[in-house]
Design a protein around this ligand. Structure first.
Ligand code: FE
Length: 198
């Protein structure tokens, strides 16, 4: 919660509700359509889509190349597209370079592959601090990166939504694409965690 100079502000959920009501009254939106959209993104779309993209890239070098060349198009190959996914750029984490995603302005996020953003992603402290002191914030979130690893903070906007292709963990060479999917977490695809071997 943030407090403005003139007093306490309404919580985000209440403000959103008030805004929705206003837009509905003016005939600008249909609340049934809104509810349908939210249900769709909460239940049908989620990080599982992104995990499928990552597992494919780990097991198919040609696909990996296409994914890094044109994320939106390669993701569409697997049938994932739509709102907030019009321009997805995929960046690869390696042993020497670590990408982490934040939206400093609001909560831009690649919905078709990750679903709706988790609350920590929308947290003002995460958004403000990740750009200034990424190593510290990552460490607080449980990810200790060696000093030699370069950290690149990617700021998601309405123009570009970033997706991290995490490193495939050692010891998973024998696993199939299907077996790799459940290992890939939302946190790893935002870059605040690594994928762990089972
Ligand atoms: Fe945003």
């Amino acid at each position: 919660m943030t407090a403005s100079g003139s007093g306490e502000r309404l919580p985000a959920a209440l403000r959103t509700e008030a805004l929705e009501q206003l837009l509905t009254e003016r005939g600008l939106i249909d609340p049934k359509v809104m509810d349908g959209l939210i249900t769709e993104y909460e239940t049908n779309v989620g990080p599982l889509n992104g995990a499928k993209v990552v597992a494919r890239a780990w097991t198919d070098p040609e696909y990996r190349r296409r994914l890094l060349d044109d994320g939106t198009a390669a993701i569409k190959e697997l049938g994932f597209m739509g709102r907030q996914g019009e321009h997805i750029v995929v960046v690869e984490n390696t042993a020497t370079t670590h990408n982490v995603v934040v939206c400093t302005l609001c909560s831009c996020y690649p919905w078709p592959v990750l679903g709706l953003p988790p609350s920590w992603y929308k947290d003002p402290a995460y958004r403000a601090r990740m750009v200034k002191e990424p190593r510290t914030v990552l460490s607080e979130m449980g990810l200790e990166l060696p000093d030699g690893v370069r950290i690149i903070v990617r700021d998601s906007t309405s123009e570009v939504r970033w997706l991290v292709l995490p490193e495939r963990p050692a010891g998973t060479e024998h696993l199939s694409e299907e077996q790799l999917v459940p290992l890939v977490t939302r946190e790893a695809m935002v870059g605040v965690a690594k994928v762990k071997a089972p």
